[in-house]
Design a protein around this ligand. Structure first.
Ligand code: CAA
Length: 240
């Protein structure tokens, strides 16, 4: 049995590709999901990867969910904080509810996912933390003040965790996907999406597997000196 890896939001979109890539690399994978029971059941039936339901925005639910995963599979040594939502609107139309929903899930959800696992990683002197940020946390995006704030926040989280975890054999890194062919991007109005694709030098959306590849690289046992870094995978749309 390989190391246990937890992928939040791991049954759909980029998360599902990450779960499958880690399984293929020999990890024992648990995928959490928030609400779509049907998609989770289908994912488990297809992949054999166990799925667990909890809301990452809720600290106690995250703690309990992680305890269930560890009771079933053993200590989680690799965690990929991937779960995220969008509530896009131009700032003048953005409601406090749209702001709060995105902050609670995308930013506090990252805290809620990593925090319960951190003491065990410190004790065992090994851990791999990857946070899925976004190109829009690097460059900002019209209509995404809330989302961009959380994704920029992710970069602050991993740079700080890297410094705290390094002497315990724990690494924390971020991946910044560009526009990837997932339901989230397909929900962008078609005309807007077309103009976004026109601005990607690769001339296409990315594939979820192209993000999963970055994660598999970062969590490997021999990636211990890569710490606090950000991998951008965006088809040359933006350079930091
Ligand atoms: N730059 C400048 N102006 C823009 C613009 C842009 N990028 N996008 C829209 N506008 C302008 C429009 O031309 C329009 O101008 P006029 O009023 O002069 O015609 C105006 O802004 C649109 O205003 P509306 O009040 O009509 O906007 P809306 O309420 O319909 O909301 C929106 C628009 C929700 C922001 C929509 O443009 C949108 O969905 N944009 C895409 C946002 C985006 O990229 N989301 C990424 C989702 S995927 C993801 O998040 C994954 C990831 O990590 C990459």
């Amino acid at each position: 049995m390989g190391r246990v890896a937890l992928v939040t939001g791991g049954s759909r979109g980029i998360g599902a590709a990450i779960s499958k890539a880690l399984q293929a690399a020999g990890y024992t994978v648990a995928a959490s999901y928030a609400g779509n029971d049907e998609a989770a059941a289908k994912f488990t039936a297809e992949s054999g990867i166990k799925t667990y339901k909890w809301d990452v925005a809720d600290y106690e639910a995250s703690k309990e969910g992680i305890a269930r995963v560890e009771a079933d599979l053993g200590p989680v040594e690799v965690v990929v904080a991937n779960a995220g939502i969008t509530r896009d609107a131009p700032f003048h139309k953005m409601t406090p509810e749209q702001w709060k929903a995105v902050i609670d899930t995308n930013l506090t959800g990252v805290f809620n996912t990593i925090h319960p696992l951190w003491p065990g990683m410190r004790e065992r002197k090994f851990g791999r933390v990857v946070v899925i940020s976004s190109i829009n946390g690097q460059k900002g995006q019209f209509g995404q003040v809330n989302y961009a704030a959380t994704k920029a926040g992710d970069l602050g989280i991993v740079k700080s965790l890297a410094q705290e975890g390094a002497r315990f054999g724990i690494t924390a890194n971020a991946v910044c996907p560009g526009y990837i062919a997932t339901e989230m991007v397909m929900a962008v109005p078609e005309k807007v999406r077309e103009s976004i694709i026109a601005g990607i030098p690769a001339g296409r959306l990315g594939e979820p597997e192209e993000i999963a590849r970055c994660v598999a690289f970062l969590v490997a046992d021999d990636a211990g000196f890569i710490n606090g870094s950000t991998i951008s995978a965006n088809g040359a749309q933006f350079f930091v």
